[in-house]
Design a protein around this ligand. Structure first.
Ligand code: KMT
Ligand code: NI
Length: 175
């Protein structure tokens, strides 16, 4: 079962720690934010989700100290991923190995909802939602990133993202 819970917002502790507040979050609450989780036992299952949602592109990424030229480069990348941001396209993330945390901002309550992805976990992140990412204390994840069209890497940090039409549309979809 996927682990999803409210983040404790403790900024004195490294982002890779669990930050469990003690409040767990249901798949229904995730779905109400437009975030969908499922476990896929095979690549075929991932492909079926991607096909049904008209995805046409994907790549693979490894995030660990060993996959960067230096410890500083690794830290810099983590800092970028962990900065609250949004994208203009829906994206799927699928954990091939290792583990990571996706934090999704609940726009209604302001909570950060943390979802732990381990091998075989797939997450659908809607366009326009504020989020951030980190590896866990294991410092390693290999993941597939699936895109609807050409990869749109551009990230709009908060608060610049507030003005993007995609964010307004996302908020309207919650109402
Ligand atoms: C994102 O959109 O923040 C990411 O894709 C993070 C890295 S993917 C494991
Ligand atoms: Ni992102």
């Amino acid at each position: 079962m996927v682990e999803a819970y409210v983040h404790d917002n403790n900024t004195h502790v490294d982002c890779r720690a669990p930050h469990h507040s003690g409040k767990s979050v249901s798949l229904e609450r995730l779905a109400s934010l437009g975030v969908f989780y499922r476990h896929c036992r095979s690549q075929d299952e991932v492909d079926a989700v991607a096909c049904a949602r008209h995805y046409s592109n994907r790549d693979e990424v490894t995030i660990s100290p060993a996959s960067f030229p230096s410890e500083d480069a690794f830290r810099d990348k983590l800092a970028v991923f962990y900065t609250e941001h949004l994208h203009e396209d829906e994206e799927i993330r699928y954990a091939l190995a290792g583990e990571g945390y996706f934090d999704l901002r609940d726009a209604t309550t302001g909570d950060w909802i943390r979802v732990k992805l381990t091998t075989g976990d797939l997450l659908i992140v809607p366009a326009g939602i504020y989020h951030r990412f980190t590896v866990t204390e294991s410092n390693f994840i290999r993941a597939q990133r699936l895109f609807k069209d050409e990869p749109k890497w551009q990230a709009f940090n908060r608060p610049e993202g507030d003005a993007r039409p995609v964010h307004k549309e996302y908020l309207a979809s919650l109402a």
